[in-house]
Design a protein around this ligand. Structure first.
Ligand code: URA
Length: 209
């Protein structure tokens, strides 16, 4: 319950510094987000169960290992989560991909779901929810609520940069969800940006501003 894993592999930390640099352009930013996501996917899947399988090498038959158990789905939160999909799929090519889109109601300020398409067998899958920035935690919290409402049970949240406020917000509603991050930054500023952060991940990924 209430677990946060800070993934501090040297390659992740090195690439994260490049991602944070305001002089990193959109092409390199996208490539780095993909690479960090791939490295995070490697760490996040460390505990996947294995089973023995028989394999025939050119020399003889042996018992090898294969991933066993429940299947995976990755669920990017639109739109910045899209930047993490290729990195995850490069290590988990058989994973299904669902999508969740939310907007903030200008009057109530509550997150409203405008799009949610998940694999039909979602209750049987382990879900990896992707959002590169865990800031207020409002979107992640709501996205996880929406996918739980569709039967998802075994959920992990993967964010590249987080802050204490976002982690607390997600865990207050979803203590069962483990959170994997590459960094826990200092705080949120008055505009709900993570400090020091990297700016707006969606804008930097897609060249909008
Ligand atoms: N979303 C971002 O892209 N960046 C932040 O710092 C906070 C939320």
């Amino acid at each position: 319950m209430n677990k946060v894993f800070e993934l501090n592999h040297p390659l992740i930390q090195h690439k994260l510094t490049l991602i944070r640099d305001k002089n990193t352009g959109a092409k390199e930013f996208r490539e780095l987000i993909k690479e960090v996501s791939m490295l995070m996917a490697y760490e996040v899947t460390r505990e996947l169960p294995l089973e023995d399988v028989e394999v025939e090498t050119p020399i003889c038959v042996m018992k090898g290992k294969a991933i066993a158990g429940r299947k995976l789905a990755i669920v990017p939160i639109l739109r910045a989560g899209l930047g993490m999909v290729d990195g995850f799929l490069s290590l988990l090519p058989a994973a299904k991909v669902g999508h969740v889109g939310l907007y903030r109601d200008p009057e109530t300020l509550n997150p409203v779901e405008y799009y949610c398409k998940l694999p039909s067998d979602v209750p049987e899958r382990d879900l990896l929810v992707l959002d590169p920035m865990l800031a207020t935690g409002g979107s992640a919290r709501a996205a996880i609520r929406f996918i739980k409402n569709r039967g998802a049970r075994n959920i992990k949240l993967i964010s590249i940069i987080s802050c204490p406020e976002g982690i607390a917000a997600v865990h207050s509603e979803h203590p069962d969800v483990d959170i994997f991050v590459a960094a826990i930054d200092e705080k949120l500023n008055d505009h709900a940006y993570i400090v020091p952060g990297l700016g707006d991940a969606g804008d930097r990924l897609f060249g909008t501003k």
